[in-house]
Design a protein around this ligand. Sequence first.
Ligand code: PEP
Ligand code: MN
Length: 334
Amino acid sequence: MILMAKGATPDDIARVCDRVRQLGFTPHEIPGSVRVAIGITGNQGPVPPEHFQSLSGVAECIPVSRPYKLVSREVKPEPTVVSVRGASIGGGGLAVIAGPCSVESRDQVFRTAEAVAATGAKFFRGGAFKPRTSPYVFQGLKEEGLRLLDEVRQHFDLRIVTEVKDTETLSAVAQAADVLQIGARNMQNFSLLEAVGRLKRPVLLKRGMSATLQELFMAAEYLLALGNYQVLLCERGIRTFETMTRNTFDLSAVVMIKHHTHLPVVADPSHGVGIDWAVAPLARASVVAGADAVMVEVHPDPSRALSDGQQSLTFDAYRALAADLARLDAWRSG
Ligand code: PEP
Ligand code: MN
């Protein structure tokens, strides 16, 4: 990584990027509030600093020791803030993302969106294309679900987070989504990562159910390497020997992601634990651990939900949790 001096000019930066390209590598200008850093990818081994040290505006050449580069705090010490139509995730306050697992009907999404917006949350989640373990269960309302999400977006001050399941439906999903969710099962779908990276739209990337944190960071690296820095990393539980919970919600991941990367962290205790009454304490713990956003599933009648009812909060339970989260957010920033 090449760290530019405070007074480096755009010409200085362009010259360094040209030199990187002449060497056969790819330069990445990394946004920073004070100084510009230029990351280098495409190199197999170390790149000798002598190539750059004498160029005007260059302050320092720093070898990046880890396989992930652009997501790393080494390369960008200040936290990334992802801004979505006036609402941001990262850099301080807590964001809440809430909504049903799946979009099921107009009545269901509108009632839920009303309850979510009333708590002051700015993000609404809901899947239209659902990746389901069984081919015999509800697969989502698909295009009709996207239309309903678009209606929600027009009626409420809510930004839409919805999953993109494959490259075939990406352009349709991208029209309804403010934030594209890449699900746990697709974390290492590299064609999808590349297609989404090229779109340069905000992405919520979920940790694969058996993925290490380094694998999660490398998956995010695909997006950043294509110039898309608007990436949120989501802990949603991992598979362990434990069977009493749906997954094992890895609270340490929240701490580790924040330590090792500059990207905002989203905690998803709904999928993390998979049991309605256990969601709130883990959501609260995530805020204490430093999560930038909490994502929870909410349904008007969880017992009749077409997916993930067992972990969905009622409106009352959601309202109580939202109030707790607001208090924790104030405590954390005060
Ligand atoms: C979801 O958010 O509803 C979902 C399917 O999540 P995951 O990919 O984490 O299982
Ligand atoms: Mn779900």
